[in-house]
Every structure is written in structure tokens, then in C-alpha cells.
Design a protein. Structure first.
Length: 467
């Protein structure tokens, strides 16, 4: 009992609400059952009195001239709690046990033809008017003597009302007991199956929010196959993923600090190289004059690479510097930067139209092509082919970079564009992740459209003139 009161005191808890709602709904169901039940009780009560009257009236058959003394008649009426009993054979032929004083009948009911709605209405009329006195009811039923015979009883409604009240009280007590017992069973079952697991999930989520890095409070899902089990397993998986993401973010922040220091030193080194390149441009040598512009451009791109890598760990998005440039020449620069003109075993086939121009950030698109083509060079190994094609359609250009290597392993495909997912060659995974961000920033897409034993193909779709 103390536990029950304690449950009720926790008004805002799910458990208490569950218990209260269960009791409430059981009471509603019992109330719906009570309506036909009380009507049936009234009907059976009157029919029982008709049966008793059938037995009492048999005394008249043994009496001379079907008449009994006043004393015996009163005793028969008293024993059956009737005001009068009449056995009717026809309008002119009937036998009766009646009192001497006159009486008035207040209501008449024929129990041989009563509809369900009428029975319900009569039962509640009796209960609603339980305080009326001297209210005599006449009830008619079939006599036990034969076809066409009727038995009529006249009784005080208060007798019926008292028994109906007792019956209602018993039903109410039984309903309360059943509702409490049922509610406790349902509450216990749902508490074990639902409430306690939900509470466990809630506590776990609160603990995880306060200290996601605390592995001592790692959530262990229960071995269940139902919906709660699925929620638990997904919550555990989600927490593991969030922990990994937070750990990765922490590493990325530390990496950003390290790159910041590296970037400072590397920029100083590249500045020295830039001074040398400026000096090289003054040397009157055809080979030097031919290679110096590419050398200068490579140094500029190296400086931008340091800056972009540093910015990747930050929250700011790098702005695009759009200008129109020749895409074919940009692919040639990629080939030169990769040293493929000197390496005759690996061929880069530039099939981009020589006059194809696009409006984009030259350095960033170079970086994307450089990342993908460098991966392709590493994939083909000592000998192979890389083909870059372009096709214009509806204001967009589709650039395919295909190689004839053995394809990308399935394990690497799963996290192909995720940063810091180590590949088969031990890379950081930043290349493709940054490339996808760059293409997305241009309003385009970068996807792996094919990878099998015959090679891999990356597809870039870019607007030629972005609005």
C-alpha cells in the first residue's frame, strides 16, 4: 500500500501516469459492461418473481371454488413479496390472490416482449427514482399452466430498487478490485517491458550529454528483438559514432594548430623559393625561361595549399575567385605537375576540347583535378593510362577522370569522401574530402561512377557559367 501511495505521489512520472490511465480505462470498460448488466439483473429479478407467483397460485387449484382464506392469501402474498398475484385464463376467467384494500398500479410491464433498449431505460428509470414510495408495478408473464395463460404480479418498486442498489454496490466493489488488480499487473508488465528500458535510455542520454567522452558510462543495449531493443542498439551505435566524431574533431583541432605552425615555416621557405624563381626569370636560357613560369605557378599553388589545408579545420568557408580559363590547358598543367611528360610508362590522355573554357576558381579546380589524378597515378602503379574527357550539356560540363587500374577496394569505397579515413596507401583521406567540398561550393557534384577490375571513373559535373 505504501508503494502504491508513493507511485501516486510522483504525479509527473511516466509510471504513475501509466498506472492512473490503466485504472481509468478499466473503470470505463466496467461502466460499459454495467449498463447491460443492470438491465439484465432487473429483467431476471422480475422473471424470478413471476416464477414464484406461478408456484404460489397453485394453492388455489386445490382450494374449494378456487378460494382460500384471507389469512392464507396474505401469507402467500407476504412470502412472495407481492401486493397481488393474478392468473388470467381470459378476460372473464381468472384466479387471484389480492388484498382487501384498493390499490393503484403506477406502471405496467409485459416481460414477454421487452427490447434491450427498453430494458436499459426501465432499469435506469428505477435507479434514478429510487426515493419514490408507494409506486406499484404490474408485471405480466407466461403462466406455467398452458398456452395463452398469463401470470400477473403487482409489487412495490422499492423492493426491486433495493436489490438493484445492492447489486450495483457489489458490481462497483468488484470493478474497483478488478481495475486495481488489472492495473497493477499491466503496470508491472509495462514497467518491465517499457518504462524501465525507457528510463534507462533517458538516463544514458543525460549522462552522455554531460560527459560524452566518459567511456565508463558506455551504454550497453539489452539483447531484445523488439522496438525497444532496436532503439537501444541504434542509441549505442549513435553514441559510438558521436564519440568518434568528437574524437576526430579534437584531433582535427590539434592538427589545425600543428598545421598553423608548419604553415608559418613553410611559407618562409616558399618565400625564399619565390625569390629564387624571380632570379631565374632573369637568366637568358630558353629551357629556364620555359620552366620558370610553371615553377612560379607551382610555388603559388603550394602557398595556397597550405592556406586551404589550414582553413579546412576552421569554421570559415573559403571564398571562390571565379574567372574564365581554358580547361584543356589546366589539365595539361596537372599532367606537368605530376611529371607525366617525363614518365613515359604512365600516360595522361587529355581529351578535353582545346577551346573549352569554364568560369570557376582556377586554383581550386586545379587542386581537385590534381588530387584525383594523383590518386589515379598511385593506383595504376608503374604503367597505365589516365583519361580525362569532357562533355557539355545544358550549360554544364561533365568531366570524367578514368584510369585502368584494378579498382578501389569495397572497404575504401564506404568512406571514400570522408576526411582522415586512411586508404590502402596510408593517405589521410583529405584529398577527396576537400575536392568534394570544392566542387559542391561551385554548385556541382563529384562522384565515383565506376570502379571494377577494369578501372575507376570519377565524374565531376560543373556549371560552365555559374550564376
Amino acid at each position: 500500500m505504501a508503494n502504491l501511495l508513493n507511485i501516486f505521489s510522483i504525479k509527473k512520472s511516466l509510471s504513475a501516469r501509466l498506472l492512473l490511465f490503466t485504472i481509468f480505462f478499466v473503470l470505463i470498460v466496467e461502466a460499459l459492461i454495467y449498463i447491460p448488466s443492470i438491465a439484465n439483473f432487473r429483467e431476471n429479478w422480475i422473471n424470478q418473481k413471476l416464477n414464484e407467483a406461478n408456484i404460489a397460485i397453485k394453492v388455489l387449484e386445490a382450494a374449494p371454488d378456487f378460494m382460500v382464506s384471507r389469512l392464507l392469501a396474505d401469507e402467500l402474498l407476504s412470502s412472495t413479496n407481492n401486493h397481488a398475484i393474478i392468473q388470467k385464463f381470459s378476460e372473464m376467467d381468472q384466479r387471484a390472490l389480492m388484498p382487501d384494500e384498493p390499490f393503484n398500479v403506477s406502471a405496467r410491464f409485459d416481460m414477454r416482449d421487452v427490447s434491450w433498449l427498453e430494458s436499459v431505460n426501465d432499469a435506469f428509470d428505477t435507479l434514478i427514482n429510487m426515493n419514490r414510495t408507494g409506486y406499484l408495478i404490474e408485471a405480466t408473464g407466461n403462466a406455467s399452466g398452458g398456452d395463452g395463460e398469463e401470470i400477473i404480479i403487482i409489487f412495490d418498486e422499492q423492493l426491486l430498487c433495493n436489490d438493484m442498489l445492492i447489486y450495483s454496490r457489489n458490481i462497483a466493489l468488484l470493478t474497483i478490485i478488478i481495475s486495481l488488480f488489472t492495473a497493477m499487473l499491466i503496470y508491472y508488465s509495462l514497467s518491465v517491458l517499457l518504462v524501465e528500458p525507457v528510463k534507462k535510455i533517458t538516463d544514458t542520454m543525460i549522462d552522455f550529454r554531460h560527459a560524452p567522452e566518459d567511456l565508463t558510462k558506455k551504454f550497453i543495449p539489452e539483447d531484445r528483438d523488439d522496438e525497444i531493443g532496436v532503439v537501444m542498439k541504434e542509441l549505442a551505435k549513435m553514441q559510438d559514432d558521436v564519440r568518434k566524431a568528437l574524437n576526430q574533431k579534437d584531433h582535427l583541432a590539434k592538427l589545425g594548430g600543428a598545421i598553423s605552425n608548419i604553415n608559418h615555416d613553410l611559407r618562409n621557405m616558399l618565400s625564399s623559393a619565390q625569390l629564387v624563381s624571380d632570379h631565374l626569370s632573369t637568366i637568358d636560357n630558353p629551357v629556364v625561361q620555359q620552366l620558370t613560369p610553371r615553377f612560379v605557378k607551382a610555388i603559388d599553388r603550394a602557398i595556397r595549399l597550405c592556406e586551404n589545408t589550414l582553413q579546412y579545420g576552421g569554421s570559415e568557408v573559403e571564398e571562390l575567385h571565379l574567372r574564365t580559363f581554358n580547361l584543356h590547358n589546366l589539365v595539361e598543367d596537372v599532367s606537368t605537375s605530376l611529371g607525366l611528360y617525363e614518365n613515359r610508362n604512365i600516360q595522361l590522355h587529355n581529351e578535353i576540347d582545346k577551346d573549352q573554357r569554364i568560369n570557376a576558381d582556377n586554383d581550386q579546380i586545379f587542386r581537385v583535378l590534381m588530387n584525383i589524378c594523383r590518386n589515379a597515378v598511385q593506383a595504376v602503379g608503374e604503367t597505365g593510362n589516365i583519361t580525362v574527357t569532357g562533355e557539355v550539356n545544358n550549360g554544364h560540363i561533365t568531366i570524367d577522370i578514368a584510369d585502368d587500374a584494378l579498382g578501389i577496394p569495397e572497404k575504401i569505397k564506404e568512406n571514400l569522401f570522408q576526411p582522415f579515413k586512411t586508404g590502402s596507401r596510408g593517405g589521410t583521406g583529405l584529398g577527396l574530402a576537400i575536392s568534394k567540398e570544392i566542387i559542391t561550393a561551385h554548385g556541382g557534384t563529384l562522384d565515383l561512377v565506376k570502379s571494377d577490375q577494369k578501372g575507376s571513373t570519377f565524374r565531376i559535373i560543373l556549371p560552365i557559367n555559374p550564376s
